[in-house]
Design a protein around this ligand. Sequence first.
Ligand code: TXA
Ligand code: MG
Length: 320
Amino acid sequence: MAEILEASKESIEYAASILKSGGLVAFPTETVYGLGASAFDTKAVARVFKVKNRPSFDPFIVHISDPLDIEPLCTTISNKAYKLIEKFWPGPLTLVLPKSDKIPDIVTAGNKTLAVRMPSHPIALELIRQTGLPIAAPSANPFSRLSPTTAVHVESQIGSEIDLIINGGSCSIGVESTVIELNEEVTLLRPGGITIEEIEDVIGHVNSSFSSAKPHSPGQLLHHYSPNTRLEIIKDKNFIIPKGLKAGLLSFRGSPDQFHFNNVEVLSESGDLYQAASNLFSALHRLDVAALDIIYAETVPEKGIGMAIMDRLKKAEHKI
Ligand code: TXA
Ligand code: MG
């Protein structure tokens, strides 16, 4: 089992030394926990694919600790890209741009573009800074499973296969970064922690391609972010739980009918979508270990960060 160390000056130094020598370290970011490897070390990156059981066509996001560190990694950085960097970095926004030769092809799964982000979490930033390397880091969960927002989620899902977990408590945003591709067009590939409304305020119209059945970005595969337990989004307010089923409820604000369910998780009693996002994966992890037959999920308003929440719920509902 990987050691879990509380974040401290010493543990971050130790984690950086592991990354520099080709090891795998899980660390907190403001969105979800990442599973880091040196982006320059093809063996380490190959091991991340294996640990996550991730298909080889699904590329990784490279994490940096200074906005200027993007310059050697990407060949063309448009004015719109610079505007987004200035406004949202450090933070939960990933930019997909033409890649330079510095990054090995395995990181981008052969794509000519590279996804880059500078996280805002102080532990992530300090760790990346100390390695002096770009760090490839997918979410620290097995492919298609629930994303981890605590060190314990990481430990229980992949703890036996990695070298170290740095514990930095719960992730504040709780859903992954927004992924935007910039070429002649600007396209939203994954809704996330920065809302589309915020992005359009800075650079104008953004196309959306994140819910297509034929994915433009590999991570758009329809079945994703799934609990082991079956999940269904409640479409009809008057639905009845089938007799004999042990059912859980993922409620947005709490529900007058919640006594019908074996287990209930409320995302935000006050209806705050940011609070709901930050509780989403933890609530799903708890429902998933409650030995239920089915989890019913209420919808949330599909605006602002609610778009990212509904994207994750729809993908969790989708059967392979
Ligand atoms: O918040 C986050 O972004 C977290 C934390 C750890 O930073 N990371 C994360 O990584 O969510 P991952 O690997 O679970 O998701 C990366 C997403 C996938 O949907 C992948 O297909 C997409 O980014 N992606 C990566 N490189 C791409 C590229 N070159 N072109 C299009 N999509 C890309
Ligand atoms: Mg992921």
